[in-house]
Ligand binder design. Structure first.
Ligand code: GYE
Length: 326
C-alpha cells in the first residue's frame, strides 16, 4: 500500500469516528459529505399545494446554505417515515429533520436517533412524545390558533343571524397535528353559541380528490348546509367542484372558510368562491437550515419556533395574488 493511500484511509477512518461520536454537537460533518453538513429530511408527501411549496422551500434553502439534503417522500405513510429515519441513522447523517404525518407513535424511532447521537428537528407538524429529549426543536405554525381564527371569522360573519348555522367540516389527515388542532381551535371559537352546529365532519386527507368526494357525500346526506370549514385549501378547492356540480354557488349558497392561503385558493377567493382564508406559511426552509447549523454546532436553540401568519378576506387575497409566492 502506498503512503498516500494509507494516509487517505486513516483520514477516512477519522472522519467516520468523528461523525459517530460528534453528532450531538461539535461541528463534525457527515460521512458522505465531503465536508458538507448532511441532513436527512423525511417529508409527509405531495398531498397539497402547501406541501409542494414547503418541499421547494426546503430544497432551495439547503442548496443556498451549502447543506447536502437527503430527501425522502413518505407518501402520507408513517411506516415510510420510520423507514426513512432508520436509513438516515444508518447513513450517519448529521441531523435528521422531519414533518411527522401523524402525532403518535414516534418514541421508538426517535430513541434510536438519540442513541446514535443524531439530533432531530421537527418541522411543520408536531409529535405527542412526552420525552422532550427526543428532539431538539419544533419549527412550525400554531394550528390551534389557525382553527380559532377560522371560528372567530364565522362568529362575526353570523353575529346577527337567527336560527341554526349548519356547518360541514372537511378534516385533514386523521391523527395529524393540523387536523387535530384546527378542529379543536375551531370548536373552541364557536362553542359559545349553540346555533353553530357541525352537522357532518369527515377526513378528506388534505387532498383535492378526497375533498371533492367527501363533499359530494355531504351534499347528498345533508338537507341544509350553510358553511363548509375545510382544514386546507386543496380540500376546499375539491369541494368547490362538488358544490358547483350539484348546481350550487360556492361562497354564496354555501360559505367557505379554509386554511393555508395558497395561490389557487386566492384565485377562487377573487372569484367569490371562498369567503375567508387563514394563512399557514410553508416557507420554512431558511429557518430550518439555520436551526440545523445551530443544532449541529451544539448551540442552544428554542424548543419551539412559531411561524408568523395572517388571515385573508377576498379583497385582501385579490390584492396579494399577483405577488403570492406559493
Ligand atoms: O395545511 C396542508 C398540508 O401540515 C400545515 O399539511 C401542514 C398541512 C397543510 O397537506 O395543506
Amino acid at each position: 500500500m502506498s503512503k498516500r493511500v494509507a494516509a487517505v484511509l486513516v483520514a477516512g477512518a477519522m472522519v467516520t469516528v468523528l461523525t459517530a461520536c460528534g453528532s450531538g454537537g461539535g461541528g463534525s460533518a457527515g460521512k458522505s459529505s465531503g465536508g458538507k453538513l448532511v441532513v436527512g429530511f423525511s417529508q409527509v408527501g405531495a398531498e397539497s399545494g402547501w406541501r409542494t411549496a414547503n418541499t421547494k422551500s426546503i430544497q432551495d434553502a439547503a442548496k443556498k446554505a451549502g447543506i447536502e439534503l437527503k430527501f425522502s417522500d413518505a407518501q402520507q405513510k408513517q411506516e415510510n417515515q420510520i423507514k426513512a429515519i432508520r436509513s438516515f441513522i444508518q447513513q450517519k447523517v448529521d441531523v435528521i429533520a422531519f414533518s411527522p404525518v401523524v402525532e403518535s407513535g414516534w418514541d421508538t424511532v426517535l430513541k434510536e436517533a438519540k442513541d446514535a447521537h443524531i439530533p432531530v428537528i421537527l418541522t411543520d407538524r408536531a409529535v405527542d412524545s412526552k420525552d422532550e429529549s427526543l428532539y431538539a426543536s419544533f419549527l412550525g405554525s400554531d394550528f390551534v390558533e389557525e382553527g380559532k381564527k377560522a371560528g372567530d371569522w364565522l362568529v362575526k360573519e353570523y353575529a346577527s343571524a337567527g336560527g341554526d348555522v349548519n356547518i360541514v367540516q372537511l378534516e385533514g389527515t386523521t391523527g395529524s397535528a393540523p387536523a387535530n388542532d384546527r378542529k379543536a381551535g375551531f370548536a373552541d371559537a364557536t362553542k359559545g353559541d349553540p346555533k353553530f352546529k357541525v352537522v357532518a365532519s369527515q377526513t378528506g386527507d388534505f387532498t383535492r380528490a378526497k375533498g371533492k368526494e367527501v363533499m359530494q357525500a355531504f351534499l347528498k346526506a345533508q338537507p341544509k348546509i350553510d358553511v363548509l370549514y375545510a382544514h386546507n385549501d386543496d380540500m376546499a378547492l375539491g369541494a368547490i367542484q362538488a358544490i358547483e356540480e350539484a348546481g350550487k354557488k360556492p361562497g354564496t349558497d354555501i360559505k367557505i372558510v379554509s386554511v393555508d392561503g395558497v395561490k389557487d385558493a386566492f384565485t377562487a377567493m377573487s372569484q367569490g368562491k371562498i369567503n375567508y382564508d387563514v394563512e399557514c406559511n410553508p416557507l420554512l426552509g431558511d429557518q430550518l437550515m439555520d436551526l440545523v447549523k445551530k443544532v449541529k454546532a451544539g448551540e442552544q436553540v428554542p424548543r419551539r419556533i412559531k411561524t408568523e401568519e395572517g388571515t385573508f378576506t377576498p379583497e385582501q387575497a385579490a390584492a396579494a395574488l399577483p405577488t403570492r409566492q406559493y
